[in-house]
Design a protein around this ligand. Structure first.
Ligand SMILES: Cc1cc2nc3c(=O)[nH]c(=O)nc-3n(C[C@H](O)[C@H](O)[C@H](O)COP(=O)(O)O)c2cc1C
Length: 245
């Protein structure tokens, strides 16, 4: 039965099944930039040009990378937060059609992912839920901690790891960005994109001497509801905890 489902998924998402797409029909490129709702106050992050170099041995970073599941109560700095976001989703160049070159690869350069942050311990930042705006390299606050804490934490079977974290990142997928060109095959690509992002997080955290753990175990409906996502358009697909060790 399980094997049947895998075969079904592979067929559903095969190259053959993805020939007729919005792109091949001549439709316009979908928006690659998520709109902000209401009046938004940007919270600036340290300018990437001002971030300190991280002199490190690349082989050592690879070899020492590991998942760390317990963290101290120490806060991470704004520079560390900016570095993490820059390395995982930072925009290096924006093209006239809205596409971007970033510090991570993404299928077709469509960058289907958005980054939400549940922040508990970052110097001089109020605790709560934020979204990263990669084009501007800023944060926007979505909710204060007291209104989201219970629903967010309860979405994770390993609640204690999230509770201890300085930040927990959640990557959501806006599949339309990919299905425009790849149809059902985008179901593969968006998860592959997320894997690259999280690996960059592991590597930069290793260079910063921070602890990270990828999190695939969460209750989909609960987390989507906690983030107030319109699940017809956007769903949570991957998460990671980060903290001082
Ligand atoms: C896709 C994915 C999902 C994961 N989900 C979880 C998780 O929900 N909880 C957890 O504690 N670790 C999770 N991990 C971490 C793995 O358990 C870990 O990478 C693995 O045990 C190997 O250990 P290492 O990362 O220290 O090399 C996940 C890793 C990946 C790649």
């Amino acid at each position: 039965m399980f094997e049947d489902r895998i075969q079904y998924f592979l067929k559903l998402t095969s190259m053959e099944a993805c020939r007729n797409t919005a792109r091949s029909d001549g439709s316009a490129l979908p928006s690659l930039k998520k709109a902000e709702e209401g009046t938004t106050q940007y919270i600036p992050l340290t300018d990437p040009a001002m971030l300190p170099d991280l002199p490190c041995n690349l082989m050592e970073v690879f070899e020492c990378r590991e998942s760390v599941r317990t963290y101290t109560k120490q806060s991470i700095t704004q520079k560390e937060l900016s570095t993490i976001l820059w390395c995982t989703q930072g925009v290096k160049m924006e093209l006239s059609n809205g596409k971007t070159y970033r510090n991570v690869p993404a299928a077709g350069g469509m960058h289907s992912l958005e980054t939400y942050l549940y922040i508990q311990r970052v110097e001089s930042l109020e605790e709560g839920l934020y979204r990263y705006l990669p084009y501007e390299h800023v944060l926007v606050m979505l909710e204060t901690r007291n209104t989201i804490e219970a629903s967010f934490l309860n979405s994770f079977p390993n609640r204690s790891m999230v509770e201890q974290s300085a930040i927990t990142l959640v990557w959501t997928s806006i599949l339309e960005r990919l299905s425009y060109g790849y149809g059902a095959r985008s179901l593969r690509y968006t998860f592959l994109d997320a894997g690259h992002v999280c690996e960059n997080l592991y590597l930069v955290a290793q260079a910063l001497r921070l602890g990270v753990c990828a999190v695939g175990a969460f209750e989909d409906e609960d987390l989507n509801a906690a983030l107030k996502l319109d699940t017809q358009e956007e769903v949570a697909i991957y998460a990671a905890t980060v903290g001082k060790i």
